[in-house]
Write a protein that binds this ligand. Structure first.
Ligand code: WT7
Length: 662
């Protein structure tokens, strides 16, 4: 059992104890401790009754479902509410456009402070409809894939909802991915339409989105249309016939588009994520279960009420943006914020200015941002009115108790619930997180499972279930839950192999976790070859296959090493071909970094590259990453058992090389 810093248990803050606070008029949380417990039991033992009721209450159906849950992990044939038909865009937009047309749906905080705009639900319905009609005009129909390569502008949410409105499947590619990555993803899903901007803006800099798309589309013969949002108005290359301005295409359309009913199990979107092998996986989420999971977690983990203004600082390019900027908040009919900038632009007070300016009630970010802001000093938080906040959350990686405390004290003023939310691209919605009115928190613990999430800790080698408290193992899930991914685009076998095969009968998360004496879950991080840099998942194999494409590289091994701010950083060991000659090592290292940036995207660039003669291998030729990880973490004195090494002198040489470089 791992050692923890002795952490206090925080009681539920007074602001959230449901005492009627006359000054701030804070709403009483939806769920108290007893309700959480009884609901949780029902959610895993009376699946049909519990989820049937929530399915009916949370979603507006065109055709009601009869069956609640079908299928199991082993066959991978999971389906929720299979006979039901619905439309995601109707559920996120129309319901509120009719009920509260003038309520703000989207607040856009542009890169330059104070710029941006607000969009009401009524306006959102018109804009989504016009773009949906424009897509129909381009020949897009139910089931067709549309690539979205957009920075953080309202059109990103509008594009997603427009696709959903006509049953098209969106595949968002984070606008930090390179042309090569964009091309691969576009080809993989046979997209005929790509949506982008002329340029993006972030932190005072411009991003050449359109020219990246142009480069990618050179090798995407099936793409017929490129819809371009005008963000900066700069001159961009234009391919007549293919390229169309978004505002012109939309203006030509009727501002109402009838929503197309789809099956509960029709795909809503594809989102690529990294695994332990080279090729990213196109994770497929379907419609009803995903909407239910995101709607309920927004309602209960963030305890949202009607007038709340929800700010998730992630990018729409990742699952966090899909679930907690677009679908989850809009399913609840609240106001969601789209943030174009960075936590430090123009100053390290930016987040807190945003909270104060828009009277944000829930604020959601990544531990890496908190660690960065903590390092820059609490003076940046002071002097901003953060009294509107009730819940502050984190996601993406384990949060160290020091960062948690800092967040709680400086941002939450010890009056907000701090929710550390554990989940994955594949889980669609939160899996482990405290309920603000029900769960006492411990800094660093993700705490308790969400409804329907039956967890198991397994012995990594035997697969035996570890019962009781004070145990540590790999984290798995025992029964299907509504928002889980259903397959990998074009490769269902891989879906089964990666998630269902390692521990038969369970969904395997790829994370290690511990259960403490009180039954709380602590996430320990990935147990596979996946790194987590600033809350972004990057497979080491992907970076290795980028490096190997450089003409000089014969072999490489990439490892994640602990980093104070980004959680982990990437370190690459590169062995060169004997025939390859070069002038300066510095220049070569720069070239290698560029290779990764070009191949994957800037966010995947190694922080450190070490040119080496040989990599440490077992006698059967397997690279011993454990050793490389230790050396790069400055723990070369704790290399452990080296008896399986083919050539021990390689390690001695590496240690020397590392010391010279570090
Ligand atoms: C991996 C999933 C889910 C949205 C962001 C990342 C790690 C995520 C936590 C947390 C500890 C966390 C896990 C997981 N992770 N949240 N609260 N505590 N670890 O999505 O790219 O699919 O990555 O992120 O390792 O497996 P993703």
């Amino acid at each position: 059992m791992a050692e923890y810093r002795e952490v206090p248990i925080y009681d539920i803050p007074l602001r959230l104890q449901g005492k009627d606070d006359k000054v701030h008029k804070r709403p009483k949380p939806h769920i108290d401790a007893a309700t959480y417990k009884s609901n949780y039991q029902a959610s895993i033992t009376k699946v049909d009754e519990f989820w049937g009721k929530l399915g009916r209450e949370t979603i507006d159906w065109d055709v009601p479902f009869k069956t609640v849950r079908h299928g199991d992990f082993e066959k991978g044939d999971v389906a929720w509410f299979p006979e039901g038909q619905l439309n995601a865009s109707y559920n996120c937009v129309d319901r509120w456009a009719y009920k509260c047309p003038d309520k703000t749906a989207i607040i856009w905080e542009a890169d330059e402070p104070g710029q941006g705009k607000e969009i009401t639900y009524k306006e959102l319905l018109s804009e989504v409809s016009q773009v949906a009609n424009a897509l129909l005009d381009m020949g897009i129909r139910k089931g067709d894939a549309v690539i979205v390569y957009l920075p953080m502008i309202p059109e990103a949410a509008i594009a997603l909802l427009a696709c959903a409105r006509i049953g098209a499947v969106h595949s968002v590619v984070f606008a930090g991915f390179s042309a090569d990555s964009l091309r691969d993803r576009t080809v993989d899903c046979d997209a005929r339409v790509v949506i982008t901007t002329d340029e993006g803006k972030r932190g005072g800099r411009t991003i050449a989105t359109k020219s990246i798309v142009d480069a990618a589309l050179k090798e995407c013969p099936k793409v017929e249309h490129c819809l371009v949002v005008k963000r900066t108005g700069s001159n961009v290359e234009w391919q007549e016939g293919r390229d169309k301005w978004w505002h012109e295409a939309a203006a030509a359309q009727r501002p109402y588009c009838p929503p197309v009913p789809v099956s509960s199990e029709d795909p809503l979107f594809i989102l690529y994520t990294s695994g332990s092998t080279g090729k990213p996986k196109g994770v497929v989420h379907t419609t009803a279960g995903y909407l239910l999971g995101t709607a309920l977690t927004v309602k209960h983990i963030f305890d949202v009420h009607e007038d709340d203004r929800f700010a998730c600082m992630a990018d729409v390019g990742w699952i966090t943006g899909h679930s907690y900027i677009v679908y989850g908040p809009l399913m609840n009919g609240i106001t969601t914020l789209i943030f174009e900038s960075t936590p430090v632009y123009p100053t390290a007070s930016r987040y807190w200015e945003v909270v104060a300016r828009h009277k944000i009630t829930q604020f959601y970010t990544a531990p890496t941002s908190i660690r960065l802001l903590r390092r820059l000093g609490e003076e940046h938080v002071q002097g901003h009115d953060l009294s509107s906040l009730r819940i502050i959350g984190t996601v993406g990686e384990p949060i160290n108790p020091e960062a948690w405390d800092w967040y709680n004290e400086n941002v939450g003023k010890k009056e907000c619930a701090v929710v550390d939310t554990y989940w994955q691209t594949e889980t669609g919605a939160h899996m482990i997180a405290p309920f603000p009115g029900a769960t006492k928190t411990k800094p660093g613990a993700a705490t308790v499972p969400f409804w329907g999430v039956e967890l198991a800790l397994l012995d990594p080698t035997s697969g035996q279930v570890l019962e009781g408290n004070e145990v540590e193992g790999v984290l798995a899930v025992k029964q299907p839950w509504p928002s889980m991914a259903r397959t990998i685009k074009g490769d269902h076998q891989r879906f089964l192999d990666v998630y269902m095969k390692p521990y038969p009968g369970y969904y395997f998360t790829g994370d290690g976790a511990a259960r403490d004496k009180d039954g709380y879950i602590w996430i320990k991080g990935r147990v596979d070859d996946v790194c987590n840099v600033s809350g972004h998942r990057i497979g080491t194999a992907e970076i290795e296959s980028a490096l190997i494409q450089h003409p000089g590289v014969s072999e490489s091994a990439v490892v994640g090493v602990p980093d104070e701010v980004t959680g982990q950083s990437i370190c690459a060991y590169v062995a060169l071909k004997p025939s390859f000659s070069y002038d300066s090592e510095d220049a070569l290292v720069k070239e290698l970094v560029l290779q990764v940036r070009r191949n994957i995207g800037p966010f995947a660039a190694p922080k450190m590259i070490l040119i080496v003669n040989d990599l440490p291998k077992t006698r059967s030729g397997k690279i011993m990453r454990r050793i490389l990880r230790k050396i790069a973490s400055n723990e070369a004195d704790q290399l452990g058992d080296l008896s399986s090494l083919a050539d021990p002198s390689v390690v001695e040489k590496l240690k020397g090389d590392w010391l010279k470089k570090a």
